[in-house]
Ligand binder design. Structure first.
Ligand SMILES: [Mn+2]
Length: 330
C-alpha cells in the first residue's frame, strides 16, 4: 500500500515540492492535461511528466485519469478508433512504469457538485452537493453553469450530445462499458496495467443520463461480466458513500479480498439538514467522527498497515482533499 497525492501538473498551486514534504507520501497521481480526449498519450510526453515527478523524489504509478471518449460510451461506430487509441495509451503508460489507470464511465458530465466553496462552521471551505439546487438545473438551458463542468463544449454541442444519449439507457451503457473493457483486457494483461473505474459521483442518474457504477450490484455485475483482476475499481469512499444504502465497509472488504481494489480515494463526507428537506452533503475532514462515513472501519477492512494508518489520521486535509492510496498487486 502506497500513499499518493493528486497533482494537476505544472499549473497546480500545490507543487511537487509541497507534496514531497508530506511524510509518508511516496508518489503522485497525475495525468497529461494537454492531450485532447481520445488521442494517444505519446511516450515522450508521458516520460516528461514522469521525470518531473521522479526528480522531485516521487513516483508516478497511478494515472487519474485517462478519459474515455464519448463515442466509446455511446457505443457508436466511431468507438473502435478511440479504443485502439486507448490501448496504445495503455502500452505507452505501461512502458513508463504506470501500474494503475483510474477512469470513469459517466456520460457527458463528470463529478457534479452544487458548490465549490461551501463554508463549514470552522471557516474552512469544501465542496458541497445540494440536491435541491441540482434539481433546478437544466443542462439544455443556456444560462447553466455548474462547478466542475466541462466548459469545452459549446451549448449546441452539449445539446447535440445529450440528444444522442436519449437512446442509451443504463443497460446499453453497461454493454458499451463491457465492450470497451473486453477490448482492453489483453493489452492490460500484457502490459501489467490495471484499470480502476471510479464510481459515479454522485452515484445516481442526473439530468436523465444513465449512471451504472453506483452500488454493489452494479460493481458485482461489471466484475462478473469482465472477469479479470485487471478490471478493478477505484474505491472512492466519498462517491459511493453519498448513497446511504451502500455498505462501504462490507464492499471494500469484499472487493479488496477479490484483488479488485487497485486504488482508493479515502475521504469523508457529512450529511446535513437541508432547508428544503432534500439531500445535502459536504466534504469533511477524514476522521470518522468528523463526518458520516465509517472511515476507520473502511480502512481497517482494507488492512492498511500501521505506518500508513497513523500517517493518514495525522493529515486531515480540508477543502475536499482526497487522500489516495494505491494497492499494487504485483
Ligand atoms: Mn474520488
Amino acid at each position: 500500500m502506497k500513499m499518493t497525492f493528486r497533482w494537476y501538473g505544472e499549473r497546480d498551486p500545490v507543487t511537487l515540492t509541497h507534496i514531497r514534504q508530506i511524510p509518508g507520501m511516496t508518489g503522485v497521481v497525475t495525468a497529461l492535461y494537454s492531450i485532447p480526449v481520445g488521442e494517444v498519450w505519446d511516450e515522450e510526453t508521458i516520460l516528461a511528466q514522469k521525470k518531473l515527478c521522479n526528480d522531485a523524489g516521487l513516483e508516478m504509478e497511478v494515472i487519474e485519469s485517462v478519459p474515455v471518449h464519448e463515442e466509446i460510451k455511446l457505443g457508436s461506430p466511431a468507438r473502435d478508433r478511440y479504443i485502439e487509441n486507448y490501448k496504445q495509451t495503455i502500452r505507452n503508460l505501461g512502458a513508463a512504469g504506470v501500474k494503475v489507470i483510474c477512469y470513469n464511465f459517466m456520460p457527458v458530465f463528470d463529478w457534479v457538485r452544487s458548490e465549490l466553496k461551501y463554508e463549514t462552521p470552522d471557516g474552512s471551505n469544501c465542496l458541497a452537493y445540494k440536491q435541491a439546487t441540482v434539481d433546478r438545473l437544466d443542462p439544455n438551458k443556456s444560462s447553466l453553469s455548474l462547478p466542475g463542468w466541462d466548459e469545452s463544449y459549446t451549448k449546441e454541442e452539449l445539446s447535440n450530445l445529450l440528444a444522442r444519449y436519449a437512446s442509451v439507457d443504463a443497460e446499453q451503457l453497461f454493454q458499451n462499458m463491457v465492450y470497451f473493457l473486453k477490448a482492453l483486457m489483453p493489452v492490460c494483461e500484457e502490459c501489467d496495467v490495471k484499470m480502476a473505474v471510479h464510481p459515479d459521483d454522485p452515484p445516481w442518474s442526473l439530468f436523465g443520463l444513465p449512471r451504472i457504477i453506483c452500488n454493489e450490484a452494479g460493481i458485482d455485475r461489471l466484475f462478473a461480466e469482465v472477469d479479470s483482476v485487471y478490471n478493478g475499481i477505484t474505491f472512492c469512499t466519498g462517491s459511493l458513500g453519498a448513497d446511504r444504502g451502500n455498505d462501504l465497509v462490507k464492499m471494500v472488504g469484499k472487493y479488496a479480498g477479490m484483488g479488485r481494489v487497485h486504488f482508493v480515494h479515502a475521504r469523508n463526507i457529512r450529511f446535513a439538514p437541508d432547508e428544503e428537506g432534500k439531500l445535502f452533503f459536504h466534504e469533511s475532514p477524514h476522521p470518522t467522527e468528523c463526518g458520516s462515513l465509517d472511515i476507520y472501519g473502511i480502512l481497517k477492512a482494507l488492512y492498511v498497515g500501521d505506518d500508513y494508518f497513523t500517517a493518514l489520521l495525522a493529515y486531515i486535509v480540508h477543502g475536499g482533499g482526497e487522500l489516495s492510496f494505491s494497492r499494487l498487486y504485483s
